[in-house]
Design a protein around this ligand. Structure first.
Ligand SMILES: [Zn+2]
Length: 89
């Protein structure tokens, strides 16, 4: 019987093949959810799904689009927001 903390389904179960040919059950954390636009809640493109330890060694330019509000707003919402800002000024 696996230990108490591993009986929960909050951890993902992976059947890993060992060099000898046998398989071993390995427990791994689940993949985080996708980043969403803060206005329309649509899934943002160009942002990888990863855990913080994976993000740590990744270049900043690979983690979000390099434009104003990149990683927070989708392209359509950004376009509308920039138009609004231009009208107000
Ligand atoms: Zn949006």
């Amino acid at each position: 019987m696996p230990r108490m903390s591993r009986r929960s389904r909050s951890l993902r179960r992976i059947k890993k093949k060992l060099p000898g040919g046998s398989t071993k059950l390995v427990y791994a954390k689940r993949q985080p959810g996708t980043t969403k636009c803060s206005i329309c809640h649509i899934e943002l493109k160009g942002i990888p799904r990863m855990r913080p330890f994976e993000a740590r060694n990744m270049a900043k330019t690979k983690k979000r689009p390099e434009r104003a509000y990149g990683g927070f707003l989708c392209a359509n919402c950004l376009r509308e927001k920039l138009k609004q800002e231009a009208r107000q000024s």
